[in-house]
Each structure stands twice: as C-alpha cells, then as structure tokens.
Design a protein around this ligand. Structure first.
Ligand SMILES: *[C@@H]1O[C@H](CO)[C@@H](O)[C@H](O)[C@H]1NC(C)=O
Ligand SMILES: *[C@@H]1O[C@H](CO)[C@@H](O)[C@H](O)[C@H]1NC(C)=O
Ligand SMILES: *[C@@H]1O[C@H](CO)[C@@H](O)[C@H](O)[C@H]1NC(C)=O
Length: 405
C-alpha cells in the first residue's frame, strides 16, 4: 500500500514547484532532525504493538542468501493461551511502503494477525528489507547505494524463500500464506516458478497484484508515465520513503487537511477505515523501499507485462538474464491444484478490477475446488488490511478456507 505519502509527494512533484522542492525534500540527510519515523517507547514491533494487546510475541532474525538480515515477529498463541492440537503456521506478508505493523493496526478483534492467533494459528509477520526493523545486512548499511540495489525480483528469489524456510524449520509444518498488495505479486511470481511449494499449504491474496497495465490510480499512473522514480534514481536517491514520512506528518498537522482523504488518489476510495486507525498508520508508515523497486513497478504499469526488471538496454539485460529482453513471470504456470483464496475490491485503484481479471484469466484452468474468488464491491486497497468490517467480510471466510486445506 503505497498510499498517502506517495500521493502527497507526487502531487507536489506533478503540480510544479517540483525541482527545487524535490531536491530539498529528498536529499535532506536528516538535517532537520534525526529519523523520519515516529519515536515509539519500546522500539520493536512485539513490544510496541503486540504485547500491549495482551499477546505473547517473539522477535526473530532471518538472513537471506543475498545478505539481508530481516526481522520477523511471531505470535505463537492467542489471548487465551495454548489450545489443544497443532497450530498451523501463517506467514503474513505486507505490501509496498508498509511493514509488519500492517496487520496490527486495528483492535485485536479487527486485525488479522490477532484474529488468526485467537483462532488457533501460529502467526508470523515478515518485514521487507529496507523497512525500519529490517535494515541489517552482513556487509552493507542502508547508507550504501548497493544496499538499495534490488527490486521485487530479489524478494521473489531470496527474501520470501528465506522466510518460508525459516518458519518451516521452526514449526516443522507447511505454511498458510497471506499477502497484501505487493505481498501477493511476489508470492504469485514465486509460485509460478514452483518456489516454496513444498513448504506451502495454501495462499490468501488480498488486493491481488499481478499485471498493472490497467491501474486506475492517477498518482501511480502519472508517476510511471512521467518517469518519476527514474528521475530520483538518476539524482542518486536510491532509498525511497525516508523523507516522505516526515513531510506527510507535517502536512497532516495543518488545519483543514484530512489525512484520510489524502489516501484516496492512490488507493481508491476506502469505504471502511477508522480515522483513529489512519492516525496509528501514519505514526508507523510509510517505510522505505528501493527506488529501483518503484522503477520496476513503473515499467509494469507502462508495459502491461509481468516481466523481470528491465535494465533498459539489450547488453545489460543479456548480462543479467542471458537474453536481450527480461524474462516474464508466467502466472499460468502456478500449479492448478494450489489452494488459493483471492479477495479484490471494486474501488481499488491499485489492484484494479481489470488487472485482477487478467490474473484470473491466467488462472482459468485452476482446479475449481482449489480457487475461491471474493469480490468486495465497496472495498479499496487499504480496506483489506484496515477496514473495520474486514473480519466479517474477508477474514472469517479466509480462516474457513484455511481450515479446509
Ligand atoms: C549513515 O550516515 C549517517 C549520516 O551520514 C550517519 O549518522 C550514520 O551513522 C550512518 N549509518 C551507518 C549504519 O553507517
Ligand atoms: C475506531 O478506533 C477507536 C480507537 O481505537 C475505537 O475506540 C473505536 O471503537 C473504533 N471504531 C470502530 C467503528 O471500530
Ligand atoms: C505459460 O504457461 C502455460 C502453462 O504452463 C503455457 O501453456 C503457456 O504457453 C505459457 N506462456 C508463455 C508465454 O510462456
């Protein structure tokens, strides 16, 4: 969920005052004060977001083959403690510019991570490289441009498999997966290459993203068509997001600005957010991503295909891929008997209906009894993780689906 911040920033970029403002905003290296992120008293996700709600929580560290050190949180049991029987592990993967807090924003009765724990699941939260709690690396720091030299291809190749392996090793069980937004794209791409299938029980995809060619979000489309991310990259800005949080908070404090509305041009009109939750959301998000990751997504918006990162010239592509154009991810290669639960929204401007239809078309030979597709007419992108009625509409059916697998 790239949401508010990106929309604000792109509005600023696209509505003039661009060049001067851009330089000032994006190359500021903390000159006007420290970290972009709100200070929290207890600085990890277990202490700040999980334990205060009455749940046990463990912090874990996972190393990827390409050297990133990621944090994961585990909520092993629900509020009532141990229940008889094995607790199936569920891995929750957030979307773009978000982190594991995505699943903890509402009350325990409304937030998916807590609901799953209370329903007998062993819950694991991932945090993508570059986000606040996953900025470690065996040899690089986020100050190194090489630290940011990745797009979602590397999440498919290295990151998601590392987290699957870790959870599988710790629990000895196959895993149910829940992805939101970019968290669905990387899973679909990995499954299409038959990665992780031996550790997977089923997958739920909320606001599924595969092809982006029909995206309706004016901000995302304008950003892509005007090569905004490429412009950042050319200017040496490889980390995207750090300055945005600070800027957004400043804007939201101004009288007459409603931060709830700022999300709309990016996510679509969310029906069902609690404005208190939006405030909590803004305290913790957005998180950083690689500018290169945004360039990759922009390539998909412009091209309408689901290809690997395009280095922009044939020779460099050949170096990386052995062919002059980037290989594509073929979603029709996802095994037909993989249990999939898809929920998409009628108002979603990022996972728009037309692109979801393209995905569903490539799943047309999927076993009928292994594919559940849900359409939420009123839902936009953020409703799937923050909607006050998401439990009734989406999570209860999702849990019923998991129990059948
Ligand atoms: C990154 O750079 C900043 C400012 O230049 C410095 O304060 C910080 O210690 C550096 N961080 C690391 C991990 O090297
Ligand atoms: C919205 O959030 C506030 C603060 O957590 C809570 O008191 C209120 O009950 C929530 N409203 C709904 C409709 O869930
Ligand atoms: C994608 O995979 C399907 C099923 O394996 C295959 O029939 C189709 O030819 C593939 N498409 C491309 C473009 O490779």
């Amino acid at each position: 969920m790239a949401s508010a911040l990106t929309s604000v920033i792109l509005v600023i970029l696209l509505c003039g005052s661009a060049l001067g403002a851009r330089t000032k905003l994006y190359s500021s290296n903390g000159k006007d004060g420290g970290s972009a992120l709100a200070p929290v008293a207890d600085d990890d996700i277990c202490k700040s977001m999980v334990e205060p709600q009455g749940y046990g929580c463990q912090e874990h560290k996972v190393k990827t083959q390409d050297g990133y050190i990621l944090s994961m949180q585990r909520i092993p049991v629900g509020r009532t403690g141990e229940t008889p029987g094995a607790r199936p592990p569920v891995l929750l993967q957030h979307g773009l510019l978000m982190d594991g807090i995505t699943w903890l924003l509402n009350s325990p009765d409304q937030s998916l991570a807590f609901i799953l724990a209370d329903n007998g699941f062993d819950v694991w939260l991932s945090n993508t490289r570059g986000t606040k709690y996953s900025r470690g690396h065996t040899s690089l720091t986020p100050n190194d441009s090489a630290y940011w030299d990745w797009s979602w291809d590397q999440l498919v190749t290295y990151e998601l498999p590392a987290m699957f392996q870790y959870v599988h090793d710790r629990t000895g069980q196959n895993i149910h997966y829940v992805g939101h937004s970019l968290g669905t794209l990387i899973a679909l791409a990995a499954f299409s290459q038959e990665k992780m299938l031996n550790m997977l029980r089923s997958a739920a995809l909320l606001s599924p993203i595969a092809s982006l060619g029909h995206i309706t979000s004016p901000i995302a489309r304008n950003g892509a068509e005007n090569y905004i991310a490429e412009e950042f990259y050319k200017n040496g800005i490889y980390e995207f997001g750090e300055a945005i949080a600070k800027l957004l908070k400043k804007i939201c404090k101004k009288p007459g600005i409603n931060c709830y509305d700022l999300m709309t041009p990016f996510t679509g009109q969310n029906c069902c957010l609690n404005s208190s939750t939006v405030d909590v959301f803004l305290e913790h998000e957005p998180q950083s991503t690689a500018t290169k990751n945004l360039i990759h997504l922009a390539q998909m918006i412009r091209g309408g295909t689901i290809g690997m990162y395009d280095y922009g010239d044939e020779d460099t592509n050949k170096e990386h891929y052995g062919q002059s154009i980037p290989p594509v991810y073929n979603m029709s290669s996802i095994p037909d008997d993989l249990p999939l639960f898809l929920s998409y929204g009628g108002q979603d401007a990022l996972s728009d209906v037309a692109d979801v239809q393209v995905l569903l078309e490539s799943l047309k030979d999927h076993d009928r009894d292994k594919l559940v597709v849900q359409y939420q007419e009123d839902y936009a992108h953020a409703d799937f993780v923050m909607g006050v009625n998401a439990k009734q509409l989406v999570y209860d059916p999702l849990i019923a689906f998991f129990r059948l697998q």
